[in-house]
Design a protein around this ligand. Structure first.
Ligand SMILES: *Cc1c(COP(=O)(O)O)cnc(C)c1O
Length: 304
């Protein structure tokens, strides 16, 4: 039994009406820990567990860390998550609720990640938030489910942080014979490391993350996501924080689901028809995210 659940795939009537084309939603915001991350992280944790791992280590204060904590609790393994001081109280609270040991260390993710690596002992498995083939294989299950429930989409729209979701979706498209389905990869300004990689034709490090979409905040995307540019049609789209936040508000009204701006970035394409010109029957990955409250989303919007 996998740790993730099969999620609903529904049409968004409001988006279809605005975009004048069919827009379907893969509702991965409904995974038990609030994001698609459980697919890949759950798969990786299960594989390590079956090989004898007794403890999982993560350095993500976001949805990846939450998924590791969830997987550990369900599998009966210990979980240690090292997070930087900047991690919100909300995120720490959610990690503790899942029973993880939370260590707060360092001013940035780099420092937390370094400490996490020094903790790895025999019997431990480090779970990377996006750069691991086990993760991609797990994320691909999302497309297996879509292939069972809907006809071939004209395009898949998704958000890109470190590129794990992108790699998983492309693996899923390819293993379901949907190789020719283009992927529209959406980021926010200030977190556009995939766009930077497409321009450089290599994974490059961007200077800083300045977007409110913290779950997209990988300064450098994984190499596989860039390698896919050669074998799969991928279009890079960059939207503003305002677009992402507006989409969060609108999606909450339309579908009664609160998502992070990281997810709002992808959803914003459903609310701005020109960006989908040329595509019909669009599949939107509602990747979700549990770390932003409605108050936080409104405060970000006010501050713009
Ligand atoms: C992790 C995450 C992303 C980005 O996924 P990557 O695999 O890092 O590209 C997007 N949205 C949410 C809510 C996430 O948690």
């Amino acid at each position: 039994m996998p740790l993730h659940i099969e999620t609903p795939l529904i049409e968004s009537r409001p988006m279809s009406a605005i975009a004048k084309r069919t827009i379907n939603l893969k509702l991965d915001a409904l995974q038990p820990c609030g994001s698609f991350k459980l697919r890949g992280v759950g798969h990786a944790c299960e594989v390590h567990h079956s090989r004898g791992a007794k403890r999982f280590i993560s350095s993500s204060g976001g949805n990846a860390g939450l998924a590791v904590a969830y997987a550990g609790r369900v599998l009966g393994a210990a979980v240690t998550v090292v997070v930087p001081e900047t991690t919100t109280d909300r995120a720490r609270e959610l990690l503790i609720l899942e029973g993880a040991d939370v260590i707060v260390h360092g001013r940035s993710w780099q420092e937390a990640n370094e400490l996490a690596h020094t903790l790895i002992a025999p019997g431990d498995a480090f779970i990377h938030p996006f750069d691991d083939p086990l993760l991609w294989t797990g994320h691909a299950s999302m497309i297996d489910e879509a292939a069972k429930t809907t006809r071939k989409p004209g395009a898949v729209v998704l958000s890109v942080g470190g590129g794990g979701l992108l790699c998983g979706v492309i693996e899923g498209l390819q293993r379901n014979g949907w190789d020719d389905v283009p992927v529209i990869a959406v980021e926010t300004e200030g977190a556009a490391s995939f766009r930077a990689a497409t321009l450089a034709d290599a994974p490059v490090e961007i200077d800083a993350i300045t977007s409110v979409a913290t779950s997209l905040g990988a300064k450098r995307v994984c190499s596989q996501s860039v390698a896919y540019l050669k074998t799969h049609r991928i279009e890079s789209v960059v939207v503003s924080d305002k677009d992402a936040l507006d989409a969060c508000e609108r999606f909450l009204t339309d579908h009664r689901i609160l998502v992070e701006p990281a997810c709002g970035a992808a959803l914003s394409l459903g609310y701005s028809p020109p960006l989908l010109t040329g595509y019909d029957n669009v599949l939107m990955v509602v990747c979700g995210g549990a770390t932003a409250t409605l108050e936080q989303i409104r405060a970000w919007r006010q501050a713009l």
